[in-house]
Design a protein around this ligand. Structure first.
Ligand SMILES: Nc1nc2c(c(=O)[nH]1)N[C@H]1C(S)=C(S)[C@@H](COP(=O)(O)O)O[C@H]1N2
Ligand SMILES: [Mo]
Length: 203
């Protein structure tokens, strides 16, 4: 039986990957494109902090050193941008949400999370998206500190959603009982952002 395969899928196969890893409407890129609104922020680690606030028993504020002293996780994952590029097998090092949850103690009312980044950028997610094993709060990619363009000193990595949810230059996670659209969601991006369901835009 002859099976139709899209050009994008054939390229994935030629690159040696299983085409089932490519979500609908995406193409594989070997490069790592840089995409963001605004400019790359200047970050001074001497004054930088990371906070977990909102619906938690004990709000926390960590320095970069304190964050990096927590148990670390390395994971390899695929990332999918709503502008249709996908990049396979980026490895990230960082701390998993569960380590921060141990310190902050999410309340039962914590159902959503707002990722807060430099310059007011935000992204909203259901809390399950950062509880998932494939999510990470990362400072290293492919064995090197994140490039400033890619979010150094810290970024969120949520591979289960289009990459705009993975806030670069992350400064905090705020737990909420109710959802609230983030930066791109307010501009018409789909709140769910599941690449496997092609939840790209809300219009
Ligand atoms: N702080 C911040 N994070 C952001 C953005 C942004 O504008 N500001 N853009 C998002 C978008 S739209 C994408 S596609 C990814 C791109 O990440 P990359 O540049 O590392 O590929 O970052 C996301 N995180
Ligand atoms: Mo994006």
């Amino acid at each position: 039986m002859a099976l139709f395969r899209s050009r994008a899928e054939n390229k994935v196969r030629e690159a040696g990957y299983d085409p089932a890893r490519l979500p609908p409407g995406q193409y594989l890129t070997e490069k790592w494109p840089v995409l963001h609104a605004g400019s790359v922020p200047h970050v001074d680690l001497a004054t930088w902090d990371f906070t977990v606030t909102g619906e938690v028993e004990s709000p926390i504020r960590l320095t970069y050193a304190e964050l990096q002293a927590l148990p670390q996780t390395v994971l390899t994952t695929d990332i999918h941008c709503v502008t249709r590029w996908s990049r396979f097998d980026t490895s990230f090092r960082g701390v998993h949400w569960r380590e921060l949850a141990k310190l902050a103690g999410p309340k039962p009312t914590a159902r959503f999370v707002i990722a807060q980044a430099e310059q007011g950028y935000t992204a909203n997610l259901p809390i399950g998206a950062i509880e998932a094993d494939d999510a990470l709060i990362a400072w290293e990619a492919d064995g090197e500190p994140l490039e400033p363009d890619h979010g150094w000193p810290l970024r969120l990595v949520v591979p289960s959603r289009y990459f705009w949810k993975s806030a670069k230059w992350l400064r905090g996670l705020e737990l909420r009982s109710a959802d609230e659209p983030g930066f791109w969601e307010r501009y018409g991006y789909n709140n769910g952002a599941d690449p496997w369901r092609e939840e790209r835009y809300s219009f």
